[in-house]
Design a protein around this ligand. Structure first.
Ligand code: AMP
Length: 190
């Protein structure tokens, strides 16, 4: 079982590379952003709460995110090849909660893969994605807020996972396949 945290700023390519990992390794996938967008679409209470935060480029409170996580993880059953955590954790309390949730099940994170992309390129990618996907938070103002949130609240996790001894830095510039080759090399060595 190889549980993986795919980490990086908004627009770093976490979703794209997750798709490639799912295809090659048969992993399960938890994207907390996708979970929240589905809740919004279904008009649930959680969706209503989440929408305000998302449209403002802010993080949903940790307690809410942590509650959702265990139930989504358990939906993959007890035996699986590994689950990719995409967009989670985004804060140190979330990383601690993830570690605890997994250890209660006798599981762990095998690797944190940090996709590094310079901010100028992130901005370009997100603006383009907004034009294509219509995501309400992919506009210049909200993107800037999300990058600020990443820099202040999320990037400290790089050191956190470094201390855990499982951080892997990957250059996130190049073709999708070039980047995936860098990731696959790490996964194959786990
Ligand atoms: P994403 O699709 O991962 O870019 O997430 C879109 C938005 O959903 C984020 O900007 C946050 O508002 C919210 N979100 C997703 N995952 C989390 C998380 N782990 N913690 C808090 N908020 C989250």
């Amino acid at each position: 079982m190889k549980n993986i945290v795919i980490f990086g700023a908004p627009g770093a390519g976490k979703g794209t590379q997750s798709d490639k990992m799912i295809e090659k390794y048969g992993f399960g996938h938890i994207s907390t952003g996708d979970v929240l967008r589905a809740e919004i679409k279904n008009g649930t209470e959680l969706g209503k709460t989440a929408k305000g935060f998302i449209d403002n480029g802010q993080l949903i409170p940790d307690e809410l995110m942590i509650d959702i996580l265990a139930s989504v993880y358990d939906s993959f059953g007890k035996e699986h090849k590994g689950v990719i955590f995409d967009g989670f954790p985004r804060t140190i309390p979330q990383a601690e909660a993830l570690k605890k949730m997994l250890s209660e099940r006798g599981h762990q994170i095998a690797a944190m893969i940090e996709l590094f992309v310079p901010e100028e390129e992130l901005m370009k990618r997100l603006i383009l994605r907004g034009e294509q996907s219509g995501r309400s938070d992919d506009n210049a103002e909200t993107i800037q807020k999300r990058l600020n949130v990443y820099n202040t609240q999320t990037s400290p996790l790089i050191d956190w996972y470094q201390n855990e001894g499982i951080r892997h830095h990957v250059e996130g510039l190049g073709t999708i396949d070039e980047i995936f080759a860098r990731i696959a090399k790490i996964i194959d060595n786990l």
